[in-house]
Design a protein. Structure first.
Length: 205
C-alpha cells in the first residue's frame, strides 16, 4: 500500500508546484536532506525544491493527508483481506493440481484446472475494481486538501522570498543542494498550522 500511496501522490499533487528542468541534482544516495533549514532566510538563488511525494509518508508526511488516506484504507481493509484469502485458495488449488494431476483421473484434473482459472479471473477483476475505486475515492478526498496545500505553498513561498519552486517528485533533477530543499520545513510548518481534525468522540447515552 505504501508504494501505491507514492504513485497516487504523483497524481494528487501534480499541479502543486511550478516545475522546470534544472541542470543539476543531488545523486548521492547516502546524503541526508537537512532538517534544519532556516524558517526566515530565503535561498540565495530564490529557487527552492520540494518533494510532494513525501506528503504521503505515514511517519513524516502531512498529517491531514495521511488521516484522509487512512480512513479510505480502513474502508478497503475487508476487500484486501478477501483478495488475500482468494489468492491463498488459488495457490492451494494450483498446488493440489500439480501434486495429484499425474495420478488422478484426468477429468478431475480438468475440472480443478477450470475452477482455478475461474478463481484467478475473479481475483483479477475484483482487484482491478477495488484499485480503481480506491484511487477514485482517494483523489476525491484529496481534492480539497490539494487546494489548501497550494494556498499554503504560495504563502510559504512569499513569506520566504522564493521566486521559483520545483517539485522533485515530478522533475528528474540531477542535483539540488540541501540548503534549498524545503520539504521538511514546509511539512512541519503546515502540520503545525493545519493540524488533522481529531476523530469525533462517541456520543454518550
Amino acid at each position: 500500500m505504501k508504494v501505491f500511496r507514492t504513485v497516487l501522490a504523483t497524481f494528487i499533487f501534480a499541479g502543486l508546484t511550478m516545475a522546470v528542468l534544472a541542470r543539476t541534482r543531488w545523486i548521492n544516495n547516502n546524503a541526508v536532506m537537512s532538517s534544519n533549514l532556516s524558517a526566515t532566510a530565503a535561498p540565495a538563488s530564490g529557487i527552492a525544491v520540494i518533494d510532494t511525494g513525501e506528503f504521503t509518508d505515514e511517519k513524516t508526511g502531512i498529517t491531514r493527508v495521511n488521516s484522509a488516506l487512512a480512513k479510505i484504507e480502513d474502508k478497503y481493509r475487508g476487500v484486501r483481506k478477501e483478495l488475500q484469502d482468494m489468492r491463498t485458495r488459488l495457490n492451494s488449488l494450483r498446488t493440489d493440481i500439480q501434486n495429484k494431476g499425474p495420478v488422478q483421473d484426468p477429468k478431475i484434473t480438468a475440472q480443478q484446472t477450470e475452477q482455478a482459472d475461474q478463481l484467478e479471473l475473479q481475483i483479477k477483476r475484483k482487484a482491478e475494481d477495488a484499485q480503481a475505486s480506491y484511487q477514485k475515492e482517494s483523489l476525491a478526498a484529496m481534492s480539497p486538501l490539494q487546494a489548501d496545500l497550494q494556498t499554503a505553498l504560495n504563502a510559504y513561498a512569499k513569506a520566504h522570498g522564493i521566486m521559483l519552486m520545483i517539485d522533485a517528485n515530478r522533475v528528474p533533477l540531477v542535483y539540488a543542494d540541501t540548503s534549498i530543499d524545503i520539504t521538511t520545513d514546509f511539512i512541519a510548518e503546515y502540520n503545525k498550522t493545519h493540524p488533522a481534525t481529531p476523530a469525533a468522540a462517541p456520543a454518550r447515552p
